[in-house]
Ligand binder design. Structure first.
Ligand SMILES: [Zn+2]
Length: 303
């Protein structure tokens, strides 16, 4: 598969003050469904855990509403089955609903056939719950990369307009270090892949797209890296977080490996305020309006 395309998918979008508009996204899954704990917590036991994703996502909806930010919510089908009204609230507040697969299986563990079945199942559950068409997808644990680029073709065949699944960086659990850093059309087809955001410093790619990196780094550093993406790279940031990242009272997984626990729990306490600050310091909008050619001319007011 040809990864590169010569031309940008869409010109970078700017607000009326001239500053770049970035994309805010939430991966809607609960604390017991994350990749870090997949060896500690069995899928068959998920229903035995205290479900906290709904109230945590509602807190994010309140915060986004207070800061006048629209976002994209990549939801698990499993969550949609249990909290259909949450999806309706997401849509009613003007946010974009997209898919995070059914039950957080990494695409690297699936065949083209089982991936296609997972996409179809989760799309139907989300669309039935919320009454809107699903056109965006994010792979669990950014599990699309050099070994399974066929997944991008399956997504296009299944009618998705975009994917945000490739992390163009070196990491022990995911990543495709030589993938394009900006949005591109694989094979020049209709699907747009929007990689997680990195910037280059001294020839090295640094992740600056939210999640664990954002929790780990002091806010001032994250802010400067994202400003560099906007001002030096002339690009929009694709930012992501999870509802459990603002939940300091979530049950602790004592038996998980130390590194997994560190990655999951580091700086949870500071996350809500850091997120609030970043909502105020940058312009944000839904993924489809930032990265796709939607013909939407109300962007300036969305900032
Ligand atoms: Zn996830």
């Amino acid at each position: 598969m040809q990864m590169m395309s010569d031309t940008a998918v869409v010109p970078v979008r700017r607000a009326t003050d001239g500053r770049v508009i970035n994309a805010m996204s939430v991966d809607v899954e609960d604390y017991f469904q994350v990749g870090a704990f997949e060896k500690t917590i069995d899928r068959a036991d998920w229903d035995g855990h205290d479900l906290r994703v709904e109230r945590n996502t509602d807190r994010l909806l309140e915060l986004f509403d207070a800061r006048d930010v629209s976002a994209t919510f990549f939801c698990l089908g499993w969550v949609a089955e249990r909290c259909p009204q949450l999806l309706q609230r997401i849509v009613a507040q003007g946010h974009e609903l997209a898919s995070h697969g059914y039950d957080h299986k990494r695409v690297t563990s699936l065949t083209p056939e089982s991936f296609r079945a997972d996409l179809a199942k989760s799309k139907k559950i989300l669309e039935d719950a919320a009454g809107v068409e699903i056109k965006g997808y994010r792979a669990p644990s950014f599990s699309i990369g050099a070994t399974n680029l066929w997944a991008l073709e399956v997504l296009a065949q299944e009618g998705y307009a975009y994917s945000s699944s490739v992390f163009p960086i070196q990491h022990d659990h995911y990543g495709m270090p030589d993938a394009p850093r900006q949005a591109f059309r694989p094979n020049g087809g209709s699907l747009v892949e929007i990689p997680m955001t990195t910037t280059e410093l001294a020839g090295r790619r640094i992740a600056c797209s939210g999640g664990g990196y954002f929790r780990l780094l002091p806010y001032g550093i994250s802010k400067r890296l994202m400003q560099r993406v906007n001002e030096h790279d002339g690009a929009s940031v694709m930012f992501y977080l999870h509802p459990w990242e603002i939940d300091t009272d979530q049950p602790r997984q004592a038996n998980a490996p130390l590194l997994s626990k560190f990655r999951h729990y580091v700086n949870l306490r500071a996350m809500y305020d850091k997120l609030d600050q970043t909502l105020r310091d940058f312009h944000w909008d839904r993924v489809d309006r930032v990265f796709l050619d939607t013909g939407n001319d109300s962007l300036a007011s969305a900032a």
